[in-house]
Write a protein that binds this ligand. Structure first.
Ligand code: 3PG
Length: 208
């Protein structure tokens, strides 16, 4: 397991963040760092994704990844802007090969045994499990742990402050992801006060 992946496994939270307002990024960065979290997945769901990845990467304090990467062009753009890892909602073999060439960790989405076998045969040891709430949640992940005991999952989609603990207690879970960890909407309410308080609570329950 790479250092980055074992660090993610220790931290257990992979914040999924969509940027519309670049001005909030410094606050987001500080809130994550104050809580000893070092990862952020910036999604390609807004036209600010490249700029935000570049901005956060240049700051150099967080391990910045790109999410919602659905094609090679986006992967190349993300990596050129400093992305250190790639997350995909599903599997794209071209993106996987490119990331392997560049030595960039990648977590593609895989929810069925067929997709999981495909991902494993492409050399992966961890996949995203999305949308977790639709594809059977923890119950499905526990069942998949039978045939695939060494595979790790990063469930996202419907993970929230009520259910995240249950997920991370399971050995097959590398980390949980989602917008419940920190979102632009929450940060914008009061310049991060509420977001920081929420995150402190999430983290304190992990370390208990
Ligand atoms: C994803 O792409 O992983 C999901 O959209 C995250 O889902 P959430 O909005 O429920 O956190």
């Amino acid at each position: 397991m790479s250092n980055m992946v074992s660090q993610l496994q220790n931290e257990k939270l992979l914040p999924l963040y969509t940027v519309h307002n670049m001005d909030l990024l410094d606050t987001v960065e500080s809130i994550l760092l104050e809580n000893n979290l070092h990862f952020i997945e910036v999604t390609y769901r807004s036209d600010k994704a490249s700029a935000a990845i570049k901005y956060l990467s240049e700051s150099g304090k967080l391990i910045v990844g790109a999410g919602t990467v659905c094609d090679l062009e986006t992967a190349k753009n993300a990596i050129a802007n400093g992305a250190q890892f790639i997350v995909q909602p599903g599997i794209d073999a071209d993106v996987l090969r490119y990331c392997k060439e560049k030595n960039i960790p990648i977590f593609p989405g895989a929810v069925t045994p067929t997709e999981i076998i495909q991902a494993m045969n492409l050399g992966l040891t961890a996949v995203k499990f999305f949308p977790a709430n639709v594809y059977g949640g923890l119950k499905a992940i526990k069942s998949l742990g039978g045939p695939f005991p060494s595979l790790k999952f990063i469930p996202t989609g419907g993970i929230n402050k009520e259910n995240y603990q249950e997920f991370i207690e399971n050995d097959s879970i590398l980390a949980v992801g989602g917008s419940f960890i920190i979102s632009e909407k929450t940060v914008a309410i009061d310049n991060g006060v509420t977001a920081s308080k929420n995150l402190k609570e999430l983290v304190s329950k992990i370390n208990k």
